[in-house]
Design a binder for this molecule. Structure first.
Ligand code: SF4
Ligand code: SF4
Length: 735
């Protein structure tokens, strides 16, 4: 094997510089702002030709109103907006998607188009076609529906459509990106709907509760009132006077002031769609009539008042919205109208001065299972000819009994849906990582038996390549690093990593492994492309193809090149993202692993060429090109322990491990060069094997310890035999 000592010392200074440089670069990258939308009004208008007219961009929310030339006074038909202005959620590559989204006044998606995206898998892998096809699926659906993505497994974990739920077909090999797209579409549309549409939108797009129309129990008015199924509140004259106190509207109610304790109003409110309430309050005939008149999605509320104050203004027209009443949910008014229905007062109720049924519009998609608020405006006037008007609101909250509804399951956050969809992968990979940790923590038993180690290692690498790489799409990539850079640069958190649970699990484990075992845990065991290189190299050895070596000086120089590539990529991500998108194609991971070699020929040629180079020069890509490997090597400097066992004889005089290490990761002086070590555990096996370890063989044959090495006075760093090892070497105890 090559002598790395001199080159390694020279390289150390470079790596130190790189390490500090990259830290500084990361801090620098964290400081800057996000992108804004890219279309002007004219470009939007080209997409929405007459008779649709595009209005000026709103100041309240970054959206353009769409109106019709044919009905200019009818108000906006809907709104169009760029998602990047409202929900700039970073994708896999760190840059947010920019989607052009149009919704109508009822919250239905009328158009969704991808304006810009930087996801590697769509840029030059699958192409943008599958993504455009995916976003077109939103059209016709309402943003109040629970929209989710089909998962790759189907079966029990497959979300099912129906009951207000919509399941869109995902895109194979791009599940993490697609979850980000879904989150982006819904978040942006909800932001506009909350600002501009008269919709009652709960905190999340949960399907509304559905009333149990079969559930009926005969109850009288008093029982319903006592159970809180009908709510009411009484205000005295004095309480109303107190509302106006301090204003010029005070002391204007002579009748009320003469009887402060007298009733100003007793206001009643109940939900009518539930048969128990509806039939008790309206009677069977009127209830049946009302239910026939309501459209799907409409809810009806029963209002009544007794006392001096009524519900309706003097000039109220039946079938319209009462001017002084406002029904709302989550602070959003519901534009409720009079149902224009005659019905009697309920038996056993107090005498009312007014009765009213308010029905909500169907498109408001109110959730009837949740609370509503009723406001009644109390108006006072001062003066005769041009009176000054004073207004105060009386407020009544009401939530119908939960038992009257079927409750659809609360939707999970989009990132949790992704985790749920991948739980079988996560469980299996988690078990594999736990097993690998045990092996690396206590490698002796496995490593001592050469065949046992080989079976385990090849089995694990096959799992890494086939399951982690090709199946679970868990190939970590430099794109995640450049993506993190861009995300930080945009002043956003790294929350988008949550959408790719398999990668996140591997990233977390790799970060942890830096502190314990160093660089080789990922590169030696968990990198699918690294595993593919191992198998190609193994096949080459079986075919008796001889390995070649570059001159050591050239090799050492070339090894520094990957740090330059890493720095260049990070800088490009910061300063020239377009270049960064192209440069990351240096990695053959997308071609070989993500897309399983299903790609155009230049990419195939590059990936296959690297694998062929690996036949002659072991791990050629890892050692000379891989920018991710460079970053991981720098991370491996956080290692706290020299955990690979060594003896005093290692390197002087024994050269067994130095010459046997496939990766050239043992220096002539016996030190482990952890930055080159792929943790194959061969040297651990040799160390413990009385048939392969020269000092053990010598002692077995002669009964004496190996001749004492001529050590320099200063201890060689990296060689730290334990007292037990030293004792074993002296022949006191078996090693
Ligand atoms: S150096 Fe790069 S390709 Fe090689 S194992 Fe590490 S991450 Fe994978
Ligand atoms: S033989 Fe080389 S690569 Fe394998 S564990 Fe030992 S030092 Fe690392």
């Amino acid at each position: 094997m090559r002598n790395r000592k001199t080159d390694s010392n020279k390289g150390k200074a470079v790596r130190d510089w790189c390490y500090n440089g990259f830290l500084a670069l990361f801090l620098l990258l964290a400081l800057s702002g996000a992108r804004a939308g890219e279309l002007g009004k004219a470009e939007i208008a080209r997409r929405f030709p007459p008779p649709v007219q595009v209005g000026d961009k709103l100041t309240t929310v970054p959206a353009w109103p769409l109106t019709s030339e044919l009905t200019p006074d009818a108000g906006p038909l809907g709104y169009v907006f760029e998602s990047i202005d409202l929900a700039p959620i970073p994708g896999f590559e760190g840059t947010p998607f920019n989607l052009l989204i149009a919704i109508d006044a009822r919250g239905n998606f009328t158009a969704v188009e991808v304006l810009r995206q930087h996801e590697p898998v769509f840029l030059s892998g699958l192409g943008e076609g599958p993504l455009q096809a995916f976003v077109r699926q939103y059209e016709g659906h309402n943003l109040k529906q629970a929209i989710s993505i089909s998962n790759p497994y189907g079966g029990r974990h497959q979300p099912t459509a129906g009951g207000g739920r919509v399941v869109l077909d995902g895109v194979t090999k791009a599940t993490a990106s697609i979850h980000v797209v879904n989150q982006t579409v819904l978040s942006a549309a909800l932001a506009v709907a909350r600002a501009q549409l008269d919709l009652a939108i709960p905190g999340r797009t949960a399907p509304a509760a559905q009333v149990r129309s079969e559930l009926f129990a005969a109850k009288d008015f008093a029982a319903l009132l006592q159970a809180g199924e009908i709510v009411h509140q009484r205000w005295s004259n004095a309480e109303i006077e107190a509302l106006f106190a301090g204003s010029d509207g005070a002391a204007l109610d002579a009748v009320g002031n003469a009887d402060p304790a007298g009733e100003f109003i007793d206001l009643y409110l109940a939900y009518l769609n539930a048969p128990t309430l509806g039939r008790a309050l309206l009677g069977d005939a009127a209830y049946g009539d009302l239910m026939r008149r309501l459209e799907p999605g409409q809810s009806a509320y029963w209002l009544a008042a007794s006392g001096r104050q009524g519900l309706l203004e003097a000039d109220f027209v039946r079938g319209t919205t009462p001017a002084r009443l406002t029904l709302s949910q989550d602070g959003a008014p519901l534009e409720a109208r009079d149902a224009d229905l005659d019905f009697p007062p309920p038996p056993g109720a107090p005498p009312f001065n007014s009765l009213l049924i308010l029905k909500t519009p169907a498109f408001a998609a109110l959730d009837p299972g949740r609370g509503v608020n009723l406001k009644l405006e109390v108006v006072r006037e001062k003066g005769q000819v041009y009176p000054t008007v004073f207004r105060q609101n009386l407020s009544l909250d009401y939530t119908p009994p939960a038992g009257y509804f079927i409750w659809p399951p609360t939707p999970l956050p989009e990132w949790l849906v992704a985790w749920q969809a991948h739980w079988p992968d996560l469980a299996l990979i988690g078990v594999a990582l736990a097993g690998l940790s045990v092996v690396l923590w206590r490698p002796r038993w496995l490593a001592m038996e050469r065949r046992r180690l080989q079976i385990f290692r090849l089995g694990f690498l096959a799992f890494t390549l086939v399951f982690i790489g090709w199946h679970a799409q868990g190939q970590l990539s430099i794109v995640q690093l450049t993506g993190a850079v861009k995300t930080l640069r945009a002043g956003q958190g790294l929350g988008s990593f949550l959408f790719d649970p398999v990668s996140l699990l591997l990233i977390a484990f790799t970060l942890l492994s830096f502190f314990i075992w160093g660089r080789g845990t990922f590169c030696g065991w968990l990198c699918p492309f690294g595993a593919l290189q191992e198998f190609v190299g193994l096949a080459a050895r079986r075919l008796k193809i001889r390995k070649r070596h570059l001159p050591p000086r050239l090799e050492a120089r070339l090894e520094q090149g990957r740090y330059a590539l890493l720095g260049g990529l990070l800088l490009a991500a910061l300063l020239a993202p377009h270049w960064a998108e192209k440069l990351v194609e240096l990695e053959p991971f997308k071609t070989a692993i993500t897309l399983g070699f299903d790609r155009s020929w230049p990419y195939l040629a590059w990936a296959i060429g690297l694998l062929l180079l690996n036949v002659f020069y072991s791990k050629f890509f890892c050692r000379f090109i891989c920018p991710l490997g460079a970053a991981i090597t720098l991370g491996g400097r956080l290692r706290r322990w020299d955990w690979l066992v060594r003896r005093e004889e290692c390197g002087q005089p024994c050269q067994t491990c130095h010459s046997r290490c496939e990766y050239g990761a043992i220096a002539r002086d016996g030190r482990i060069l952890y930055e080159h070590c792929f943790q194959c555990l061969d040297c651990v096996g040799i160390y413990h094997d009385a048939q392969r370890c020269a000092p053990l063989i010598f002692r077995a044959r002669t009964g004496r310890a190996f001749p004492a090495p001529h050590r320099p006075a200063k201890a060689t760093p990296g060689i730290r035999p334990t007292s037990a090892q030293s004792a074993a070497l002296r022949g006191d105890t078996p090693p």
